[in-house]
Design a protein around this ligand. Structure first.
Ligand code: ADP
Ligand code: MG
Length: 348
């Protein structure tokens, strides 16, 4: 019998997603020596020889991760693939296959699911990934979508979250905060629409933000660029939960501290202007917004010349000794401790 150990009850919202995963997996024992990396990175890493396999999975739930009120099904399919490929690229790996599992209620028509698959297939064709299987079942209510992605990387090129050293440069690709703001814009539009379905939609000022929310692109190009530049990051993670949460993961796993400079965080002009309009602090949005699907990585200082001047990269700080903590240097020059305020599924 698998009896419960005790009757006490701990609320999940007190714990948060990361503590929960840590708690549930703390007694996991690995039985195979070809399980190179288990829980704790963007992907698990498997293999014995020179070529390794990476694998990652994500589950998206209607009403929690997406709202079909403003997320067209084709975009949802595309984005669901991107979310997974982003984790593959975060290992410096090449994405090769995906499986797709869906649970649907009879609220959905065949045509609706064709739309979903059109998005999935567009992503597969664009990113040269093979759809190789999955599972289909019914749900009582709503749509659930789970994708698993498989990739390949050589033993010499795989990059984990735990390789950062003090004085390594902390670098981010692209710009941050736009996807979160895109969501705010879409939420606002939905409310306006609910009050007045004939309201005119003025979204021209937010095109980049909406695109970043509805059609994110995983940074396959950056993995290729690393090869071209002959650059191997010391550690890497993708930005799915917001910059501060990911900096904390890199630091905790690498056992280092960090100094992040607020004035270096890359922001698009639409992020700046929309933050002013919505009365939001743009740095807070970049630090905590999430869904950017950019890459955050560290490089040895000796590799600075390889990234210098490249418009894909912004150096936002550097790593420090662990005992110096993880700090944000504000525009005013004040140092404050960085805390993850990223999106927390358990509080949703
Ligand atoms: P990411 O944001 O990169 O997708 P997550 O925060 O979802 O990563 O997960 C962090 C790590 O914890 C990953 O290695 C993931 O495989 C693992 N993980 C997440 N949920 C579970 C679970 N329920 N059981 C075991 N491992 C999990
Ligand atoms: Mg990740």
């Amino acid at each position: 019998m698998l009896a419960n150990k005790n009757d006490s009850r701990t609320s999940l919202s007190e714990m948060g997603e990361f503590k929960l995963i840590e708690h549930l997996t703390k007694d996991v024992v690995l039985h195979h020596d070809d399980t190179v990396k288990g829980v704790g990175d963007d992907c698990a890493v498997l293999g014995k020889g020179k070529e390794l396999t990476v694998i990652t999975t994500d589950l998206l739930i209607e009403g929690v991760h997406f709202d079909l009120g403003y997320m067209p099904l084709k975009h949802l399919g595309y984005k669901a693939v991107m979310v997974n490929l982003s984790d593959v690229y975060a290992m410096n790996a090449k994405a090769k296959q995906i499986t797709v599992s869906i649970a649907v209620s009879n609220r959905f028509s065949l045509e609706a699911l064709e739309e979903l698959y059109a998005g999935i297939q567009l992503a597969c064709n664009t990113y040269q990934v093979d759809l190789i299987g999955g599972d289909t079942t019914s749900s009582n209510k709503g749509l659930l979508l789970s994708i698993t992605a498989i990739g390949e990387v050589s033993k010499d090129e795989v990059v984990y979250r735990n390789g950062s050293k003090p004085n390594d440069l902390l670098v981010v690709t692209g710009d941050l905060g736009a996807a979160y703001l895109g969501l705010q814009v879409l939420e606002r539009e939905k409310q306006v629409f609910e009050v007045n379905p004939n309201a005119k939609h003025e979204l021209d000022d937010y095109t980049y933000l909406i695109e970043r929310q509805l059609k994110p692109e995983a940074r396959k190009d950056i993995i290729r660029l690393f090869r071209d530049l002959d650059l191997k990051p010391t550690a890497m993670i993708d930005i799915s939960d917001g910059l501060s949460s990911e900096v904390l993961h890199l630091c905790n796993q690498s056992k280092v501290g960090a100094k992040v400079f607020e004035n270096k965080i890359p922001l698009d002009q639409q992020v700046i202007s929309t933050c002013e309009e919505f009365n939001l602090d743009s740095s807070t949005i970049a630090l905590s917004g999430g869904e950017d699907y950019e890459l955050l990585f560290t490089v040895d200082q000796k590799d600075y010349d390889k990234i210098k001047g490249n418009p894909n990269f912004t150096v936002i700080g550097h790593m420090t000794d662990e005992n110096q903590g993880i700090n944000l240097v504000t525009r005013a020059g004040q140092e404050i401790e960085m805390k993850a305020q990223g999106w927390n599924a358990m509080k949703g």
